[in-house]
Design a protein around this ligand. Sequence first.
Ligand code: 5GP
Length: 192
Amino acid sequence: MVSHSGHLFIVSAPSGAGKTTLCKLLSERFPEILFSISFTTRPPRASETDGIDYYFIPKDEFVKGIENSRWAEWAEVHDNFYGTSSEFLDRKLAAGHDILLDIDVQGMLQILRRYPDSITIFIMPPSPDVLRSRLESRSTDTQDVIATRLVNAEKEMAAKDRYRYIIVNDRLPEAAAELISIYEAFRQRRVQ
Ligand code: 5GP
């Protein structure tokens, strides 16, 4: 196993649980944490920018990446491919950076096998009804997409006990404080 001085923080959640907002708040509080920008074959949403939210790549390039071991983990989620660059992780970890990964459960399990010291955090919506209404109020997705996301959310939530920490995002400020305190506690332990 390769030894690294930085650490990985993996955050997973069903879509609509508020994960993106929580990860942004963590990054604002600790700008030194690097965000791992995933590669995906999904088309960009109107609000997304290539190279910031994701690297949007064609499917043949993604598949070539699988063959060339370019991905530290990869998964098919909601009929699209998503992957994490192993070159980015290894280079930044070796330089001592902590890295935040926003990936799904399948990806978390692959990363844990490769980087067993990773800190894993699952974000839960307060209830299935709240999740549904959050997804419906995002006008970006069609009814079909929302239905697929709800089915996938059930599957993802069934795996929550495989994570070291579970945060219920009932009220955003409290959920953000919990996420920040997990990172702070971890950092304090490391510098002692
Ligand atoms: P979205 O399409 O809504 O941005 O993301 C859909 C799902 O894909 C989310 O659960 C997100 O965490 C997951 N995801 C994003 N990037 C990656 C990745 O690189 N690897 C894996 N395994 N999942 C990812």
